[in-house]
Structures are given as C-alpha cells and as structure tokens.
Design a protein around this ligand. Structure first.
Ligand code: HDD
Length: 703
C-alpha cells in the first residue's frame, strides 16, 4: 500500500535552542514566559505542538503520545464550577489609602494608620447571569473589595444597592432560585422579568425595598466606574477598651453616578456583551484610574434603638439625614488583572474575613453569609488550600499548623505541626498563645430573656416604609423610569395572579405608583392591596437616595464618538477632539471604512468601523461629514441607527449640515436643544456632560 509522505502542516522547525538548564528548586514556567522553548507540564521540551504522534502519516494516533494526552487532559479540566451567584465579574487591582483615621473607634490599622496604603483587589459582578452572560441586564451589581492589610485580609463584600432582598439567610436559596433562569426551560438568562421572580416577590414583601432600587436606573449602570458600593449590614468597630460603635460602609465614585436608559441597556446586550468589562479595562489601560471614597456611618446602640426600623435588618438602609456619612479614605484601581482566570475567577471573597477591631453584628442575613462563602469556595476551588492562590494569599506574613490537603503548594519544614509542643527547639513554628494583637470578638452581653427558636424579630415586620421613602425621594424622571421598569417586567409575567398580587403589594408602597403600573399594564381595575403586617409610615424624603442628583456634570471618564468619512473637515474634528479630551473624555473616531482621508490630510486609521461601533457605546456623539458622504450614509441603516439611538438615548449630538439634511431626516429626528452644530464646540461640550432629560417625554411613553 502506498503511503503518502508525512507532511507537517503548520509545524515549525524544531527549536535548536537547548532548554535552560534547571538547577535545584528553580521553576521555569512557560506561562510566565521565562522559558524559551515549550515544554510539557513535566518540563520536557516539546518538539512539535501542531501534530499528534501517528503510527504512520495517515494512520491512527498512538496512545503513547503523552504530549497530546497531557495537553488535551489539561484543556478538558480548564473549567471550574461557576459561582452560583455573581458568576460574571470584572476585576482590577489597586490600593486603598486612609485619609481620615478613626482613632479611638477601632483598632483596625486599616482605619487608624493615617496615610496607610494597602493593596486591594476589587471585583464587580452581576448577580443572576452565568459567567458568559451579558454585562448590562437589569440586575444588582456586586462590589467586593479584598484589602490586603498588615493584619491580614479584610473583605468588604457588598453590592451597588444599600439594601438586600431578604432578611434571613434561610431564604437565600429560594430567592436565588426564583430569580435565576426557570429550571424546566432554562431561560431567561440574566433577567428578572419572568414569573418565578415576581411570584417570589409578590409573596415576600420584604423584597420590595430592594426591588424598587433594582427597578430604578441603578439596576442598569453606565459603567462599573460610576456605581456606588455598600457593605449593607451593620458591622461593629471596637477600640482597645472594648467600646463598640456600629458601622455601615459606603463607596462613592469620584466620577459620580451614571446610568443607561433601558432601551440602551437592552441594545448594548447585543452590541457589546462585554460593555462594562471593556470599559473598566480600557479606562485603566488609558491611565484613567477609577476612584471611590470610602465613607462610614457610625452610630451607637442607643442611637440605633431610636431608629424607626431595625438596623440589623439588611432590607433597611440608614438615611444619611439620620446618620451622616464620614469619608475615611479612597480606593484607586490602577492595574488590570494579568490573567482573568487566575485572578478574577479564583478570587475568593468572604464576609467572615475580618481584621482585629471589626466584628459582625447579629444581622441574621450576615450570620448565614459567614458560612456560605467558605463553603462555596471549598467546592469551587477544590479544597482548603485556595488561600494559597496568589490573589487570595495575604500579603502580610502568615503561619499556622494547617497542613496537607489537595494542592498544597507550600513545603512546611520540621516535625512540629501542633501546639503545645516541646520539640520545637528553635521556636520556629507559630505560637497561638502569644498574640496579644490577635483577633477578638466583641464581648456582647446576651439579653436575659433570650430563648432559642426559629424566629423573625417583630422589629423586622415593616416592609413598606422604606420603599415608600425611596419612591418619595425620586425626581419625576426617575419615578417614570421605575414605574416603566415595573411595567416592562410585569408585562413579561405570564401568570395573571402573580402580576395582580405584585401590583397589590405596590399599593402598600404608594397608591399613585400602583395606579401608574396598573395603567401601564392595561389593568381594568386596581387589584386589592395585599395584607400588610405593619402599615407604612412616612419618612422625610432623602435626596441622597435619588440617582440623578448624584450624577456629575462632567466629561471625565466619558466617551465621545465622532463620525467622519472621506473628505470630512479634519480641523473641525480635531477641535472637537481636543476640547473633549481636555474635559477628560476619551474620543473615538468612527467611519464607514477603517481608513479615511479627511480634507487636506492623508488617509488615517480610525478607531471603529461604523456598523461595529454603534452610538450605544458613547456618551455623546458628533458628526463631521462632507454633504455628499452624508447623502450616501442616509441610505445606510447603521448610520441612521447611529443617530436614532443617540437621540433616543438622550445624548447630546453635534450634527453638521449634511447630517441634518440627510441622515437626521432619514432617521425622522427633529433636532432639539440637545442638537448643536459641530462648530459650536463649547456648546457641545457643555451639553455632552449630561443626558437630555427634557427630550424623553417626546420620545417614548413612560408609565
Ligand atoms: Fe453573596 C457571592 C454580595 C448575601 C452567598 N455575594 C457574592 C458576591 C458578592 C456578594 C458581591 C461575589 C463575590 C465575588 O466577586 O467573588 N451577598 C452579597 C451581599 C449580600 C449577599 C451584598 C447581602 C447583603 N450571599 C448572600 C447570602 C448568601 C450569599 C445571604 C447565602 C446565605 N454570595 C454567596 C455565595 C457566593 C456569593 C453563594 C457565590 C460565590 C462566592 O460566594 O464565593 O457564597
């Protein structure tokens, strides 16, 4: 039988370089680029990474091919279990700097050593979707920070909303099962707009406060750099004397808050799945490091007793009017992860990771969390040695007698792995009896009348006052968005009783809100109000709960797109670009083709091709087009959508004469005060700093 000659497509000539000689204890990992030839995981040089070992050129592959087997085996095992919640996340390294110490309040050095800078690793996430889901669904965002302090790792594992959906950890699996895709059909992915979620909500009024927040535009942030973060629960600080102060933590973005509008967020899910991840990565790469102030609310037990709610209930926030915020420091994120899996996927946050001087409160949701995270991580990361993974390991010295287990990376020396021990002659093993600065729990006094039982405190019974406070604190635009979001979500519900029960719940928050939602859904009559254990009380509105008031009129951290084509006026483009960049924006030039020659200039590469760079990814847009090119583009759906979306998403537009005459006309856009000439650079920059809210009522029907 004729055999074909062995060809080796794609094979490179075997490297003639000899592998670096390994000396005892040295590691040469290809992943770190330290070794100049490819090797197997055993360090054996690979001669051909393109072709498997075959009996003869067209014959079977041989089982003895350990290079192939190792490569495929490793690949087959690359995935580890997703986080059951917060699976999709984006992270960055940075630092926290203490600016205003809390001397006398806590002993935690993180909060007492003025000027102390500690490294941090921060991960933002959506809650419901899988790791491969989109970035911009309506959802809560996780905001988890690991501080590598001199006293060990401290994790503040929070969200971008100040309240949670349930009061007791016992209900967490139910809540998450309700919001995730429905188990029989496997959809919807990363969305709360479905029956099981609203069924749970309508039967569990404790969810309503968080639901109101999630239905507001905080549920669809413009950027992870523009969200607040909250530790949610009350924690305890305590000082040397053992005196305790309660604390709630708040992260406030220096860029101000900013959100998408719903249509924009829905379209972004198609235009750029990774919108938030890319935004964070690009900003850090461009040296625009996002920054947050860390603020605390401090209050005593006596003050807490006077609140019109129970601060141990994680569905309640403490209005800033009641307990003002005190800024203590700032966090800057200035380095992207080197490897998404090694850092973002393997980072293990846990609310139980505390440092001396901080303690838990008796919040029953927090108490359950203290168990869940470590348990999850043992499963996800394969055993207790996940603490040795670089992103999880403390950056201060650490030592104990924990030994062995899967994937032990350390080589502990000596006979002694216990204490007390007399065999530790040189005293080199850790001693747990002589650590005066060690972690201590706050010596809380138990009440005399305490009784064991599966109980919900009576002080947890009011579920409507705070959602009402939230609703009463919103501007008209925000109220319209909340009511419309509720209409959107409930319109997706198939079961009428679920929808009616939810509107019945809304009646307990505000009759007007319930009516707007009922009208939006086309209900003939308002369903009966659901029975309330405790009726809502009115609290004075809190402006800090509104979103629009916390937006900043700034171009810092924003992105401007300029549409150009052959023959565009390069000088005008440069004028807009330099003014926008001066104001802090990133500017991207978009054109129908990747290379354009502008008037008087040579062809130059642009940043994005029109069809693949929709206006969705910009905060404001401009167009500088030769009239003949504008006329051509008026027949291109991508160009029409570019302006229709920008206009519809309330963005400032600088449109040249050709754009107005041809493209805006084709898009059916009647220019308003938010549309200026590209020559009016100052006017454009001013408008570009905000959304054009006044335009909205003319564009869409809101509830
Ligand atoms: Fe949780 C992950 C935030 C209640 C159980 N949670 C997780 C993450 C964040 C939060 C940001 C992702 C961390 C990361 O980026 O890796 N969770 C919260 C907040 C809560 C909360 C702010 C309420 C105030 N969580 C909560 C409860 C339970 C859990 C009540 C269970 C009883 N959470 C988990 C978990 C996760 C998790 C299942 C999944 C992955 C992980 O822990 O490591 O254990």
């Amino acid at each position: 039988m004729a055999t074909k000659k062995a060809a080796r497509p794609g094979a490179s000539a075997p490297s003639r370089k000899r592998p670096a000689q390994a000396t005892g204890g040295e590691t040469h990992q290809t992943a770190t680029g330290k070794r100049d030839v490819m090797t197997t995981a055993q360090g054996i040089p690979v001669s051909d990474n393109q072709n498997s070992l075959r009996a003869y050129p067209r014959g079977p592959t041989l089982l003895e091919d350990f290079v192939l087997r190792e490569k495929i085996t490793h690949f087959d095992h690359e995935r580890i279990p997703d986080r059951i919640v917060h699976a999709r996340g984006s992270a960055a390294h940075g630092y926290f700097e203490l600016t205003h110490p809390l001397t006398g309040i806590t002993t935690a050095r993180l909060f007492t050593d003025k000027g102390l800078r500690v490294p941090v690793f921060t991960r933002f996430s959506t809650v419901a979707g899988g790791a491969g889901s989109v970035d911009t669904p309506r959802d809560v965002r996780g905001f988890a920070v690991k501080f590598y302090t001199p006293e060990g790792n401290y994790d503040l594992v929070g969200n971008n909303l100040p309240v949670f959906a349930i009061q007791d950890a016992m209900k967490f699996p139910d809540f998450i099962h309700a919001v995730k895709m429905e188990p029989d059909r496997g959809f919807p992915q990363a969305a709360s707009a479905h029956d099981t979620f609203w069924d749970f909500v309508s039967l569990s009024p404790e969810t309503l406060n968080m639901v109101m927040w999630a239905m507001s535009d905080r549920g669809i942030p413009r950027s992870l750099r523009m969200i607040e973060g909250f530790g949610i629960h009350s924690f305890r600080f305590f000082n040397e004397a053992g005196d305790s102060t309660f604390v709630r933590f708040h992260w406030r973005p220096r860029l101000g808050l900013q959100s998408l509008v719903w249509d924009e967020s829905a379209k972004l899910q198609g235009a750029d799945n990774d919108f938030h991840r890319r935004d964070l990565f690009d900003a850090i790469n461009a040296g625009q490091y996002p920054e947050w102030d860390l603020a605390v609310q401090l209050f005593t037990e006596d003050e807490a007793d006077a609140f019109p709610f129970d601060h141990l209930d994680a569905t309640k926030l403490i209005p800033e009017e009641l307990v003002p915020l005190r800024v203590v420091g700032r966090m800057v994120l200035d380095r992207n992860p080197d490897n998404h899996f090694a850092e973002n996927d393997q980072v293990a946050f846990c609310p139980a990771n505390l440092v001396p001087g901080i303690d838990f409160s008796n919040d029953p949701l927090l108490q359950g969390r203290l168990f869940s995270y470590l348990d999850t991580q043992l499963w996800r990361l394969g055993g207790p040695n996940f603490t040795q993974i670089p992103v999880n390991a403390p950056k201060c010295p650490f030592a104990n007698h924990q030994r062995d287990a899967h994937m032990q990376m350390q080589v502990p020396k000596g006979r002694v792995a216990y204490e007390p021990a007399s065999l530790d002659k040189d005293g080199s093993t850790p001693n747990g009896r002589e650590t005066p600065a060690g972690f201590r729990s706050f010596a809380e006094r138990a009440p005399d009348d305490g009784r064991k039982g599966r109980l919900r405190a009576e002080s947890f019974a009011d579920h409507y006052s705070q959602p009402r406070l939230f609703w009463n604190s919103q501007s008209d635009v925000e109220r319209a968005h909340i009511a419309s979001a509720l209409v959107f979500e409930l319109a997706k519900v198939e079961d009428d009783p679920v929808r009616e029960r939810t509107v019945g719940q809304l009646r307990n928050i505000d009759q007007g809100l319930a009516q707007r939602v009922a009208d939006g859904l086309g209900m003939k009559a308002l369903p009966a109000a659901e029975p309330a254990a405790v009726p809502a009380i009115d609290m004075p509105p809190s402006p800090a709960l509104a979103l629009i008031g916390k937006m900043k009129d700034t171009l810092e951290g924003r992105c401007i797109g300029i549409l150009v084509a052959e023959g565009s006026d390069g000088k005008q483009v440069d004028a807009i670009r330099s003014a926008a960049e001066k104001a802090g924006a990133i500017v991207k030039i978009v054109a129908p083709k990747l290379h354009v020659a502008m008037k008087g200039g040579k062809p130059r590469k642009v940043d994005g091709q029109l069809a693949g760079t929709p206006s969705l990814v910009f905060d404001a847009v401009a167009s500088v087009l030769d009239p003949a090119e504008a006329e051509k583009l008026a027949k291109d759906g991508a160009a029409i959508d570019w302006f229709r979306d920008a206009f519809g998403h309330l963005k400032a537009i600088a449109a040249c004469g050709g754009t107005r005459q041809h493209i805006l006309k084709a898009a059916g856009i009647k220019p308003d005060a938010g549309v200026v000439e590209p020559g009016d650079v100052k006017g454009f920059i001013k408008l570009a700093k905000t959304r054009q809210w006044a335009r909205e009522p003319r564009l869409r029907t809101l509830a």
